[in-house]
Design a protein. Sequence first.
Length: 286
Amino acid sequence: MIRIALRSARRLFRDAIVDCLDARPDFTVVGNVAELYELPVLCELCRPDVVVIDVGTEFGADRQSLYRLRTSGTSGKLVVVYEQLSPIELAALLTLGVDTLMPYTVSLDGLVAVVRQHGFVYRDLSAPPGAANGLTEQERQIVTLLSAGHTVSQIAHLLDVSASAVANAKRRIYRKLDVVSQSQVSARAAALGIFGVHSAALLDAVRASSPAPRGGLPVLTSRERDILQSIANGHTVRLTARGLGIAEKTVENIQSRLFRKLGAHNRSGALAAAHALGLLEPVSSS
């Protein structure tokens, strides 16, 4: 299985690439981000074999992130997709050690072929991922279930492990993601596009926790969007009320309406549903 990380500020392009790569049995997309400065963090956590980077029409402000990515030792082969590059930008990319440059007009089949070629070469020369500060496959699955609002006991049942093992893994996940609550796990995982569901049972469990709302895409009021963004930022009800200048009870009432519209039962489920529906772009850690 070739592990791939993806960066693109263009949501439709990013979603198309993720769907295309994930549909192939020898690929798994370990995460995807909109902002390049998030990519080094994603690579440190998930240790991809290939990193696909869409730099669009320019990447002047992104050079430092690319340099950090290349010198960190946590990323695999770098495949850069571009729409337009100046000679200076081209030279800078080559200096950074980019493995392949591909125009934006490249076909998906062409991109798949390059990713597959680089992936097999990298895996042959590298140690298995998951060591050091990276997330293991089981930790990624637990992140997915935590983000959907599952409790420790529910996760233990689904993964057929002890509750203490899940609790210990949860503490490691909090440390690796630099968070202190389950809602922050959801926000951080959404920001990095981290997914770990590779079985029908787990996928069904996540879907059951965050059912699709009836009637298509829900229409949110501006205040409901404010509450949703606050949840994505990992804020408590008290912090949300303080930030918006309203009562905590008002936040709770609006939050309840938001949950009904998203078909969710809790804050984690609401966040997962919102990202699945494209109601929120990945949030940054800053």
